[in-house]
Design a protein around this ligand. Sequence first.
Ligand code: GTP
Ligand code: SPV
Ligand code: MN
Length: 616
Amino acid sequence: MIKTNCAKLNTWVKMWADIMQPENVVLCDGSDAEFTRLMDECVAEGLAKKLNEKKRPNSYYFQSDPSDVARVEGRTFICSRKQEDAGPTNNWMDPKEMKRILIGKYTGCMKGRTMYVIPFSMGPLGGPISQLGVEITDSAYVVGSMKIMTRMGAGALKLIEEKNDFIPCIHSVGKPLPDGLKDAKWACAPIDDKYIVQFPEEHEIWTYGSGYGGNALLGKKCFALRIASKMAQEEGWLAEHMLILKLTKEATKETKCVCAAFPSACGKTNLAMLIPTIPGWKVETIGDDIAWMKFDEDGYLRAINPEAGFFGVAPYTSAKTNKNALDSCSKNTIFTNVGYTPDGDIWWEGIGYPCPKGTIDWKGNVVDDPESRDEDKNPVAHKNSRFAAPAANCPGIASDWESPKGVKVDAILFGGRRPNTVPLVHEAEDWAHGVFMGSIVGSEVTAAAIGLKAGVRRDPFAMLPFCGYNMGDYFQHWIDMEKLPQAKGGKHMPKIFFVNWFRRDKENPALKSEHGFLWPGYGDNSRVLAYIFDRCNGEGKTVDTPIGKVPAPGQINIEGLKSCYNEETMKAVLTVNVDEWKEEVGRIEEHYAKFAGHLPKELSDRLAILKQRLGM
Ligand code: GTP
Ligand code: SPV
Ligand code: MN
């Protein structure tokens, strides 16, 4: 058994080892040597491939089981004592009942396997906003990934010993290995036997049956969002599904920090690593997925990235669309469910060059005829294939990305994929109006998404799958932030904006080659960031509309854009169409009705103002 100077940790590990019955227990030190040793063991057992050391040093390739390729929202539970506290948007089960079920599953679940004990810190070691956790797992892949995604090992353990406290995170792939049985390439339990469980009152995480991403790297969504959002409510801070970027106006060297919440796969990594297409501006990355924000002693909201790596969507990451992301995975990276080329490198759709003949796809089949593959039905890389890469690899990482006290937040952005209705950018009139904007975030669901109705899926604050308590109470917490004593009168609250890179006009023949998008997106989003920067200084002209302030004509620099993007498309992309918004109000009312007595009055008031302005 392990022996640390944290009594709580020793007892906890002993208790779980007695239940799970692993063959041995290993305390992880987080060293580079440990990473290489564990990954090489996976290679020796046939669970992984080492990539070409010349092309991608110290990097590894995994293929998951086809049943284990993404987060499983239907198997994710918030087990508060009262169902009402989990709210209308979360799955719930009584915590006692859930623990009874899971203890049954966990009994003997690590037979024939190693139990790894992973001490980790979310946020820089010892920082005032950072938090400590320990994950127990039987997956070496999880250990390697946690090494990349968190500050893991000896440094975190020392702090845990000093504090004698940590957030307990339990994980098992749910596939014991009885005597003599050879391990599967990717061990996991069937879909209905996967459990991603948060106990918000105890601040505990129990998961079972999946080895993939947010289901298994428990520092990420389970801790840094679901449990941390609950801690943030209790303690007066914010844990959000947001990127953090630093924007510099080179002429004056003035900087502003922007946090942005977009639903999963809606462009956070891309915006965080953006390379501006307009001269005079610089964007640097602080985080690409999660932000923790706390007031400092002067009442400024400061943000840290609790993670140490990027768990990024691989397909369509290229030197053209996101060079910084591609460069981030040049070494020390774990790839999952992408293609494996004959020269020991990786490949995915949209990487920017053709698929080499003889590449192995994510299911393990050889791609004989790359040109004739149907990319939609049978992609070489799974659509949710990902890279786990150290943030320090990113050429555009900000020098202060690990600042323990965080960076001052000047602006907060909300957004999603909206083919119509929502303009390129609009600005909230005050904090409560900004909270209203966050509460109505939605994104287009294409008919292709499994199990979801086509149309707009409401994903408030991009937190629908990640809020650890009643979403209505979460709205109230956001409203209350500016009134907290720490906010010092709310004088320094960030300005709030809503953006939409995805508005379309399919009828416009000039936009045909642009898939109908009214805005070029990607690096050209710097043009909108520049406008937002100026607005934070009270500069730039706006026009009032029923939904908030939009830029006055000519305020967004479109110099140098392709000719299909012009004054006319700018007018279209900035239009606030009253009829479309009247329909939107109907959808918002339906969405709000779910929260019943938990919907803050400030939000229903704000909706009433919108209706009045629309003449409803
Ligand atoms: P998670 O890691 O799942 O939370 O996702 P994310 O929000 O970081 O998404 P990501 O940046 O990986 O983007 C997902 C997809 O959106 C990519 O495949 C991009 O092609 C597309 N995308 C990103 N930015 C833009 C943009 O400005 N315009 C358009 N049209 N598409 C974009
Ligand atoms: C997301 O789905 O928003 C992700 C990927 O960032 S995962 O970490 O798997 O949740
Ligand atoms: Mn995410």
